[in-house]
Structures are given as structure tokens and as C-alpha cells.
Design a protein around this ligand. Structure first.
Ligand code: AMP
Length: 410
């Protein structure tokens, strides 16, 4: 191997314990160019190392309910079974009964926990008695996440005569206007485009009975709060609100107080995110060396489905181009790509036609990409929380996963 890799703290000179003197304590990294956001927080490299917890040590969630316990119609039960769901995940097990009861719910859950079905199934069940449409609004931070929710909605509502419309930016608005005129039951969208359509008076919210805010923390990070607020004030006060977030910050609590009514909280945040992901650092001298190491690694056989994170749109595209030129086909997703390009890239990766996806944090947010074998942090994340988010893409549902993080050689 042409690269030096630490193995869970057993390695030679590069063992990353014993203080952070050579990492400068400031955390800022240079090289790579492009526009930087806020200053990076310093994360000690030892936090990027973890020996995966053996599978036997994992606590398997014991679901209290079976899907059959939920009062769904036969067709919905059939659709759930057709998707291959056998037992409810923790968030489904705990949140569905409250949602069926009509309670406002705060779901503390990350992507990959099954939260989408947790809110979609009761919503679909409830649609049968509803004549005033549209009655459900689901807001998500990114186009991709909204699209994934829409895809799941379509699968779960097969044979039920229910319709949804996807309202996201970056695609033709006229078609969305036409779709809205047909009065779908459910609207799934991102705040910016929803607000546009509301201003044009094409989107009417007065018959809404249910509001879902998915990945609320991310929506706030992305600056959607004013849009969200404007949209919600147009909705009836008498409604059910379901609020999903991976974190609770003071800002999130304020939002909850403002928009939810006597909510119950269901938390399924567990160590799911990192404990069973084998994590390690790779030292590199400089950017060129880092690219050399990465290219060499990706030639390895066990790198089946690799998600590489970069910091900037330009850096991500450059890296993807470089890999292509080195004979390692890759696709990239970042903010400079339009919706259909991002969608195509994601599909190629999901369908395993391309082994490597290079992405920025924002573009990858909330995406459900199953069975990622490796997450590689080509650039270190802004915060430790972002790190946990990134590596949560691998080692899902009990599968083993590996995460490698590049750090500067001392
Ligand atoms: P989500 O957290 O909603 O993005 O879901 C993550 C993935 O888990 C999706 O691919 C779902 O289809 C899948 N999933 C959700 N709930 C279940 C379940 N009860 N059984 C099996 N797979 C599930």
C-alpha cells in the first residue's frame, strides 16, 4: 500500500493521541481553494478513530408493536409488506400511535431511522375520510429529500387513489402550477418554492390539517426560517404538526413552542451514528499527496460503495474530475449542479453503476443512500456534529461500515 493508515490507535509514529500540539488548535485548513463558510471548529483527530463495536454488542431495538397492530386499512398493510418492512423501527414503533391519536409530535431522529414512514403511514391512513384538498404539507430542506419522501409516499399509497405533488426549486414552475390545480392530497416541498407558489396564490393552505417539518434543524441551518414562518402563518391554527429534527438547539425549541401544540417527544437518537462504524485517520503531507492516497485506496477491491466528502463545490467537482481522469469513475453532487444532474448522479450511485460519489455536506444532507461501504472525509468537516452526520451514512441497520478521515501529517 502506498499510503499510511492508522489502525484504531495501534499504529506507529502517527498514533494520534497525546495532545494536539501539532494540529495547531485552530483547526483551519488551507489548500483546496474556494469560498469558505464560517471558521472551522478544531476537532481533535482522536475523535476520528474508533474500533467498531462488534455486532454482538449491539443492542437490537425490541419493537413493542407489529405493523399489524396499527389500525391501517388492508391496502396500506399490503403496501408496507410489499416494501419488505417486517417490524417497525424505533421511531415508527413509538411515534405512530401518537400520530394516529392526532397528537403533535417532536421526533428526534436522524435519516436512516425510518422516520419517513413514521409520518407517512398515519397520514396516508387518515386521507380516506378527507374531501378538502390539499390537506397535508410536508416541508424538507433539500430537493433530494423532498423527492425521496415523495417516492415513499407513492409506494405506500399504491392503489389508494391518493395524489402528491412535489414542489421544489430548480425545475419548471408551470408544471407545478398545473399539478397544484389538480388538487393533490399531499404537497411535499422545499420552503423557497413553496413560498413562491403561495405568493402567486396558486398554493392554498387553508384546508391543511397536517404539517410535517422534516429535518427542521437543517432547514434552519440553511436559512429557511423566514420562509417557513411565512408559510405556517397561512395555515389553520387547528392542525396536527409533526416535527422531525436530529438535534434540539435553543432556536429549535423556540420554533417548537411557536408552532406545536402540547407536543409529545419521541427520541430515538442512539449511538447508531458512530459506534459500529470503524473509524480511522489517514495522514497526508499535502493536497497532492492526499489525492494520490485516495486514488490508490479507491483501487482497492473492498471499496464497493464510497461516499467522499469535500468542503467546497469547486473542490468536490475537481476531485471527481480527477478521479475520472485516473480511471476511477465517480459522480459528484454539489450546489452548482442543477436538480436533474444531481438526481442522475445520485441514481447512478444508488444503482451501483458508479462506485464513488463525491459530495458536499449540504448536497448530501438527508439523502437515503443504502449500504455505503466507506465514508471518506477528504476534507475534515466543519464540526463534530457534521462528522457524525457524514459517517452515519455507513454502517446502517447493523451493516458494518468504515470511515476514513484525512488529516495533515505532523
Ligand atoms: P428514512 O430514515 O425514513 O430515510 O428510512 C431509511 C431507510 O430505511 C429507507 O430506505 C426505508 O425504506 C427503510 N425503512 C424504513 N422503515 C423500515 C422498516 N420498518 N423495515 C425495513 N426498512 C425500513
Amino acid at each position: 500500500m502506498a499510503y499510511q493508515q492508522n489502525r484504531g490507535g495501534q499504529s506507529r509514529s502517527s498514533r494520534p493521541t497525546g495532545g494536539n500540539r501539532s494540529f495547531g488548535g485552530g483547526g483551519g485548513r488551507r489548500g483546496g481553494g474556494g469560498n469558505r463558510g464560517p471558521a472551522k471548529k478544531f476537532i481533535h483527530p482522536s475523535k476520528f478513530i474508533n474500533k467498531a463495536v462488534a455486532k454482538a454488542d449491539e443492542v437490537v431495538y425490541e419493537s413493542k408493536h407489529k405493523f399489524a397492530d396499527f389500525p391501517f386499512g388492508a391496502q396500506l398493510h399490503h403496501n408496507v409488506a410489499s416494501k419488505g418492512y417486517e417490524t417497525p423501527s424505533a421511531i415508527q414503533d413509538q411515534a405512530i400511535p401518537f400520530i394516529i391519536d392526532g397528537k403533535d409530535v417532536i421526533g428526534l431522529a436522524n435519516t436512516g431511522t425510518g422516520k419517513t414512514a413514521a409520518f407517512l403511514l398515519p397520514i396516508i391512513e387518515r386521507q380516506s375520510g378527507i374531501t378538502l384538498r390539499p390537506s397535508v404539507l410536508i416541508m424538507a430542506p433539500t430537493r433530494e429529500l423532498a423527492q425521496q419522501i415523495d417516492e415513499q409516499f407513492r409506494e405506500f399509497s399504491k392503489g389508494l387513489d391518493l395524489y402528491s405533488t412535489l414542489i421544489v426549486g430548480g425545475v419548471n414552475i408551470d408544471r407545478q402550477i398545473r399539478d397544484l390545480k389538480r388538487r393533490p392530497h399531499v404537497i411535499i416541498g422545499t420552503p423557497g418554492r413553496l413560498k413562491d407558489l403561495m405568493k402567486r396564490r396558486v398554493l392554498q393552505l387553508k384546508n391543511m390539517t397536517t404539517l410535517v417539518l422534516d429535518e427542521a434543524d437543517r432547514m434552519l441551518d440553511m436559512g429557511f426560517l423566514p420562509d417557513i414562518r411565512q408559510i405556517i402563518t397561512e395555515m389553520p391554527r387547528e392542525r396536527q404538526t409533526l416535527f422531525f429534527s436530529a438535534t434540539i438547539t435553543p432556536e429549535i425549541s423556540a420554533l417548537v413552542n411557536e408552532f406545536l401544540n402540547d407536543p409529545v417527544t419521541v427520541s430515538v437518537r442512539t449511538s447508531e451514528t458512530s459506534e459500529h462504524v470503524e473509524q480511522d485517520v489517514i495522514e497526508s503531507r499535502d493536497k497532492t499527496h492526499k489525492i494520490e492516497i485516495l486514488t490508490e485506496m479507491l483501487r482497492g477491491d473492498d471499496y464497493d460503495k464510497v461516499l467522499v466528502f469535500g468542503e467546497t463545490k469547486f473542490g468536490v467537482q475537481r476531485l471527481s474530475d480527477h478521479l475520472d481522469n485516473s480511471g476511477i469513475p465517480s459522480v459528484a453532487i454539489h450546489g452548482n449542479k442543477n436538480q436533474s444532474q444531481r438526481q442522475r448522479a445520485l441514481k447512478q450511485f444508488k444503482d451501483e453503476r458508479v462506485r464513488v460519489l463525491v459530495a458536499t455536506d449540504v448536497a448530501a444532507r438527508g439523502l437515503d443512500i443504502p449500504n455505503v461501504s466507506h465514508v471518506i472525509n477528504f476534507d475534515t468537516p466543519q464540526t463534530y456534529e457534521d462528522y457524525i452526520h457524514r459517517i452515519g451514512r455507513t454502517g446502517r441497520a447493523g451493516a458494518s461500515g468504515k470511515a476514513h478521515t484525512f488529516i495533515d501529517r505532523r
